[in-house]
Design a binder for this molecule. Structure first.
Ligand code: HEM
Length: 169
């Protein structure tokens, strides 16, 4: 797990301590439920309307509504709010849940492009919160890419994949 975080830091340029500055404040208390719903809606509206077909089709097995709900429930829980995601979906296990998808550096770049624009469009998010959230997302995106590479190399075989604790990513 530490190797994955180190790899994520190298590829994202975000130090682990900066990625987890989300844990220094309660962003759920600061921003509220509706702001996370709005952020996820802004993000997935962009993703589902992306003119780059290669990226849009990564999401073709999901409905936009379900993807929005999965994401805002995860973010609310991870940012210090009620455990909505865990109650409905169980452990985040993000590496395992992303294993069917093309988790490449290019996909991470496009995901982050849309997320940065969605953060900018969500005017309720102040600049300090935006900074913290974006660093977490950037580090996590490259953490997931590194996890996919490990899985592809079968180095995770033997301990059943990576069980992300809610407190990590
Ligand atoms: C789900 C792709 C990065 C959190 C998904 C889904 C896809 C996907 C295709 C399925 C949509 C759904 O039905 O919910 C990607 C790609 C990424 C990326 C291509 C970048 C390389 C991230 C990051 C986070 C994240 C950075 C969090 C910080 C989630 C969560 C779900 C999800 C919580 C819902 C999982 C579930 O409950 O099934 N992602 N993702 N993803 N993603 Fe990502």
């Amino acid at each position: 797990m530490q190797w994955l975080h180190a790899q994520a830091s190298v590829n994202s340029g975000i130090k682990q301590e900066d990625a987890f500055s989300i844990d220094k404040v309660n962003l759920y208390d600061r921003l509220g439920f509706d702001t996370f719903v709005k952020l996820s809606t802004n993000f997935y509206t962009r993703v589902f309307e992306d003119d780059q077909t290669w990226f849009r089709t990564i999401f073709s097995n999901s409905t936009k509504e379900e993807a929005i709900r999965n994401q805002y429930e995860f973010c609310i829980q991870r940012m210090g709010g009620p455990p909505l995601y865990g109650q409905r979906r169980g452990q985040p296990s993000l590496i395992g849940r992303h294993s069917p998808y093309a988790m490449t550096k290019e996909a991470a770049g496009r995901w982050l492009y849309h997320m940065e624009a969605a953060l900018d469009d969500t005017h309720e998010i102040d600049s300090d919160s935006k900074n913290r959230l974006f660093k977490f997302f950037k580090h996590t995106a490259f953490f997931l890419v590194a996890g996919k590479e490990l899985t592809n190399n079968h180095r995770l075989v033997g301990y059943g994949g990576c069980k992300h604790r809610v407190g990590e990513a």
